[in-house]
Design a protein around this ligand. Sequence first.
Ligand SMILES: *[C@@H]1O[C@H](CO)[C@@H](O)[C@H](O)[C@H]1NC(C)=O
Ligand SMILES: *[C@@H]1O[C@H](CO)[C@@H](O)[C@H](O)[C@H]1NC(C)=O
Ligand SMILES: *[C@@H]1O[C@H](CO)[C@@H](O)[C@H](O)[C@H]1NC(C)=O
Length: 222
Amino acid sequence: MANPRRNSYSNNTENTFQLQYHSRLSSLKHFLKKPLAFPLLLSIFLLLAWICLRLQHSSSSLSSSNLHEIKSSQEEDEKANLIKFKSGFLSSKDKRGWLLDPVSIALEYGIKGGAVSCFSIHVGEIKPGGVRGNHRHHTCNETIVIWGAKTLFRLENNQIVDKGYAEVIVSADEVAVAASPSGTAHAIVNMDRTHTAYILGCQDSMINNNSSATDFSVWKDL
Ligand SMILES: *[C@@H]1O[C@H](CO)[C@@H](O)[C@H](O)[C@H]1NC(C)=O
Ligand SMILES: *[C@@H]1O[C@H](CO)[C@@H](O)[C@H](O)[C@H]1NC(C)=O
Ligand SMILES: *[C@@H]1O[C@H](CO)[C@@H](O)[C@H](O)[C@H]1NC(C)=O
């Protein structure tokens, strides 16, 4: 059974604590109203401001490292003569989704050497693990759009020492526009386990499959 004396004792102490708490609170209120409290409030304010600045600084140094990542990936994209967009970014102005003109996007973003007009167009899919291209057309410039899956785009680039090509990975949530000038080899590999990649190729002349117009299986590792 509970001890009534002990209960009343603990009730008393609780009451005393509450009284003390209230009296402290009211004396704090009094104190804050005095001009003496001003420096204290000011220093609390300064402390909070300092904490805010620190937090902002750490987040801005984070975004500058992100910026570095974006910049170096942009350099890789440039070597592969390609521009990538998050599909969410492209569709942000249109609830129906994205729609683009690859020729004008290439012009706008300095992707050079592609087809300026589409004499011939190919649209197709690449199932997971599949490879398209890996050839070098000698009689047409080509502008290529890639989307739908994690896809590797490889473009011949003799400025890349040893390899002789540049590579970029296009994520499943990205849309890429690339250009492969006449006489430049290109390959597209679907690296995705599940998603199908889609491509559109716009060529400025009829692609001729004969061996003098196109070199096939340029890279043996694909
Ligand atoms: C490809 O582009 C070049 C200029 O970049 C142009 O001279 C040429 O006529 C274009 N077409 C073909 C089929 O080479
Ligand atoms: C060229 O060859 C590919 C297969 O390698 C074929 O799909 C395409 O239809 C051919 N194009 C022409 C114009 O013969
Ligand atoms: C192969 O293609 C080239 C360029 O289109 C053309 O000039 C040539 O006549 C073609 N050769 C044959 C055997 O069809």
